[in-house]
Write a protein that binds this ligand. Structure first.
Ligand code: FE2
Length: 385
């Protein structure tokens, strides 16, 4: 995240002696996701972050592919994913390729007896239902309905939920999640034409140093396996840190829509980018104001990307009957467009309340076994007049 941030205590100069009140040294750690050539932070731990006491048996959480190749407009009823007590067990990958995995989750309980670290992917967690606190060594981030939590790979975290009613839409990205490059100037600052700016970015607060030794279970995800590790020190033992690498959040409700006299193309909704995909936000906005404008989108032949829409709230002008939490997947290779009747119906409308998250991956998505369990099998016929 290209905003410098610091919390807690750090030494005046990096890589110099930084001592505890008892005279011993704090342990410095450089954290980053692309070696030494991109964003990084320097973290100061009470103890070295390397004290492994035990290793458990790894187990697979690899998505089970059920439909590898397909050319079918598909819809998934996301809220039909069953809730589960445990956060990690609740996460069900539904659409996956080699650039990203999309999961749905309805976790009931906070994480109390373990910590989680995704070492293979940055995570974007869109909070559809629920609220709580993302706890990390960097500090805490309160979250609520509409927040995107962006957690760089390697960040050890716990989710604390306020209630048992939670619905999450999760993207695991095998490349760093960034703000769109075209919205950043050469110094990294978000420019005036960007739909959001640094003021909208929620950074960690309330750093609490857990200066504790003991047995701390960290479940580490790497190459589709979860490795249970027991560390001898609390992972949130940061006394301070500074840099550009840390978890952050952005609310979809703070996305300022870009509108026009005629229909604006999907890139105006772009919110984040990863390698080979984009994440977009469709938010309540004024419709096009040319006297003859058609607010509904035109048909389009997306031959170079799949298109995933996750419906969050409001009334969707381009589809007839969608429900909250529904996903549509329009695969690259065949055109798609508004549902029958919705073009005429959109004419003269001045405003839309729709709220949705869109993901356009440039490589085809595969469907998992969990996806097929919640599929609306007849969706592909929904354009019949
Ligand atoms: Fe589309």
């Amino acid at each position: 995240m290209p905003i410098y941030h610091t919390l807690g205590s750090i030494p005046h100069k990096r890589h110099t002696q930084f001592r505890k009140p008892d005279g011993s040294l704090y342990a410095e750690e450089l954290v980053s996701t692309e070696g030494f050539s991109s964003l990084y932070s320097l973290v100061y731990h009470a103890y070295p972050p390397t004290i492994v006491k035990e290793l458990g048996e790894p187990y697979s959480v690899e998505p089970k592919i059920a439909r590898e190749k397909h050319l079918k407009h598909t819809s998934l009823i996301g809220f039909n994913i069953a809730p589960a007590d445990d956060y990690l067990q609740s996460r069900k990958p539904v659409l996956v390729n080699s650039d990203l995995h999309i999961s749905l989750a309805a976790p009931r309980l906070s994480m109390t007896d373990y910590f989680y670290k995704n070492s293979q992917a940055d995570e974007v967690i869109f909070v559809h239902v629920g609220s709580g606190t993302l706890k990390t060594g960097f500090g805490k981030i309160r979250f609520q309905y509409g927040d995107y939590l962006v957690i760089p790979r390697g960040t050890i975290y716990q989710m604390e939920f306020d209630t048992t009613d939670n619905r999450l839409f999760i993207v695991e990205s095998f490349s760093p999640i960034r703000t769109p490059k075209r919205y950043r100037n050469q110094y990294g600052q978000l420019m005036e034409h960007a739909p959001y700016c640094e003021r909208d970015i929620k950074r960690p607060t309330d750093l609490e140093t857990h200066n504790e030794k003991g047995n701390f279970k960290i479940l580490i995800k790497k190459q589709g396996l979860i490795y249970p590790y027991i560390y001898g020190t609390h992972p949130f033992d940061f006394i301070g840190w500074d840099g550009f690498h840390y978890p952050w959040a952005f609310s979809i409700h703070d996305f300022e829509p870009i509108t026009g006299r005629v229909h604006q193309p999907p890139p105006v909704h772009q919110t984040f980018e990863g390698h080979n995909f984009v994440i977009c936000s469709f938010v309540p906005r004024k419709f096009d104001y040319h006297p003859l404008s058609i607010p509904a989108p035109y048909n389009h032949s997306n031959v170079d990307s799949d298109e995933v829409l996750y419906y969050v709230d409001g009334d969707f002008m381009s589809r007839k009957s969608v429900v909250k939490g529904q996903i549509t997947l329009h695969p690259g290779g065949i055109p798609h467009g508004p549902a029958p009747g919705s073009v005429e119906k959109s004419i003269g409308k001045e405003f839309t309340e729709e709220l949705a998250v869109m993901i356009d991956p440039f490589r085809p998505l595969m469907l998992t076994e969990d996806a097929l369990k919640i599929e609306d099998e007849n969706y592909y016929k929904s354009w019949i007049m």
